[in-house]
Structures are given as structure tokens and as C-alpha cells.
Ligand binder design. Structure first.
Ligand code: ZN
Length: 50
């Protein structure tokens, strides 16, 4: 059985939690994605948060 979790991505610049990401639970490492932050008005790194 594959357990999936919804994680929240937070902008590393303004800390705004603006993305939700679906992933399988077995991935243990911290996910960092380049996403467009509406708050910053540009692409920033987004880290997973709980
Ligand atoms: Zn931002």
C-alpha cells in the first residue's frame, strides 16, 4: 500500500506557505523546489514544511 502525504511548500525568502505538494512518504530527504512566489513576485526556493 502506497501511503501518500500532502506536504506544504514554504517560500524560503518570505516564509509564505503557498504550495501544496503530493508525494510518497518514503522519500526521506528535504525537498527543495524552485517555485514562483506571488508574495515575492519572483521564483524562489521553496522548502517542505509541516
Ligand atoms: Zn516568497
Amino acid at each position: 500500500m502506497v501511503e501518500r502525504v500532502i506536504i506544504t511548500m514554504a517560500c524560503s525568502v518570505c516564509k509564505d506557505r503557498n504550495f501544496h505538494f503530493d508525494k510518497s512518504k518514503k522519500s526521506g530527504k528535504m525537498l527543495i523546489l524552485k517555485k514562483f512566489c506571488r508574495n515575492c513576485g519572483r521564483h524562489t526556493e521553496h522548502k517542505e514544511t509541516k
